[in-house]
Write a protein that binds this ligand. Structure first.
Ligand code: NDP
Ligand code: OXD
Length: 309
């Protein structure tokens, strides 16, 4: 069996090592176009143009090494004769839960205010709330959102979450669908975005919706930049409706050097690093998926084109 890897050079060693261990019968190919196209059964992609995959007649699945497939799903070069499978990785899940917990705790403990006060030599304790008095809302209760919501709840925050279809998650108040969104926003002192980017979620966080958040709320976007209307977040910060924003993802990445987010005193920018796919934790699930296909079963985590994720 031959597997095509179109992934950045710095990821090749990690994936090659894991695949050699877990799937020793596989032969890896890296070329574009691949030699002997008929022999390629699987493709692993990360930040790669899929053009050429449609010419592989025996391709059985395309695996995205990213959880978000927004850059791939509409690409005209993506083959339709093989399923697109997204990344589900316990390491990615753990990393995202850590990032979300860290950023929510930073907001909860006023760390940005204390950093500003330190620079100005100001000794001024802020009002302290119990975690159970801080309402956190998580947009998206999938692999990453549900895990982040659970870990926030374990720490004691008053957690709610929103998804397309109804969910039942211990310790998390759940809302679903268009009707649930306004209620969830109205009770979110800290809003965490972990939605996929689809036609339904693009521009979701605009001035109207973010105005539903309580005054003084924080927004943490670890999902995709295009969810957030950038001018609207700036306007709501400057009007004092939002207390701060933590942004890991942007409409244009890397964030352009002259972008106002870089220097805004109430915005923290991280360079799309909330969580990473680790070959060591991700490869077992991917190989199990290949084995499923090889024995004639349907793979897990297949992207549904109709819903966009
Ligand atoms: P999943 O597909 O597992 O979960 C998506 C969740 O969003 C589901 O709960 C889904 O609802 C919900 N959802 C989707 N569309 C809507 C909608 N229109 N209205 C309400 N809810 C909706 O994705 P993951 O949790 O694995 O990943 C989420 C995103 O995180 C990725 O798509 C990616 O963009 C981003 N990401 C960012 C990283 C970073 O480093 N910054 C790293 C990895 C991922 P339902 O359950 O009902 O289907
Ligand atoms: C992903 C990401 O989608 O890193 O996995 O953003």
């Amino acid at each position: 069996m031959r597997i095509l890897l179109w992934i950045p050079n710095d990821r090749v060693a990690g994936w090659s090592e894991q695949l050699a261990q877990l799937l020793p019968e596989a032969e890896l190919a890296f070329d574009r176009p691949p030699p002997d196209p008929k022999t390629i059964r699987y493709a692993l992609l990360w930040q790669a143009d899929p053009t050429g995959l449609a010419d592989l007649p025996n391709l059985r699945a395309v695996f995205s090494l990213g959880a978000g497939v927004d850059g791939l799903i509409d690409h005209p070069g993506l083959p339709r004769h093989a399923p697109l499978v997204r990344m589900v990785d316990p390491g990615l899940r753990q990393g995202m839960s850590e990032y979300v917990l860290l950023q929510v705790l930073r907001c909860h403990h006023h760390l940005d205010i204390y950093a500003r006060q330190q620079r100005a030599g100001i000794w001024r304790p802020q009002a302290h709330l119990l975690a159970s008095e801080r309402r956190v809302g998580v947009l998206g209760l999938g692999e990453l959102g549900a895990a982040a919501a659970r870990s926030l709840s374990t720490v004691g925050f008053d957690v709610a979450g929103w998804s397309r279809t109804p969910k039942d998650i211990a310790g998390v108040r759940t809302f679903a669908g268009k009707d649930g969104l306004a209620a969830m926003l109205a009770r979110s002192d800290v809003l965490v975005d972990l939605l996929p980017l689809t036609p339904a979620t693009r521009g979701l966080l605009d001035r109207t919706r973010m105005s539903l958040l309580p005054k003084g709320a924080f927004v943490i976007n670890a999902a995709r930049g295009a969810h957030l209307v950038e001018d609207d977040v700036l306007a709501l910060l400057d009007a004092g409706h939002l207390a701060g924003a933590v942004l890991d993802v942007f409409a244009h990445e890397p964030l352009p050097p002259d972008h106002p987010f870089w220097t805004h005193p109430r915005i923290m920018v991280t360079p799309h690093v909330a969580a990473f796919t680790h070959p060591r934790t991700a490869a077992p699930g991917l190989v199990e998926n290949i084995r499923r296909i090889e024995r004639g079963s349907a793979p897990l985590h297949v992207v549904e084109y109709g819903r966009g994720y």
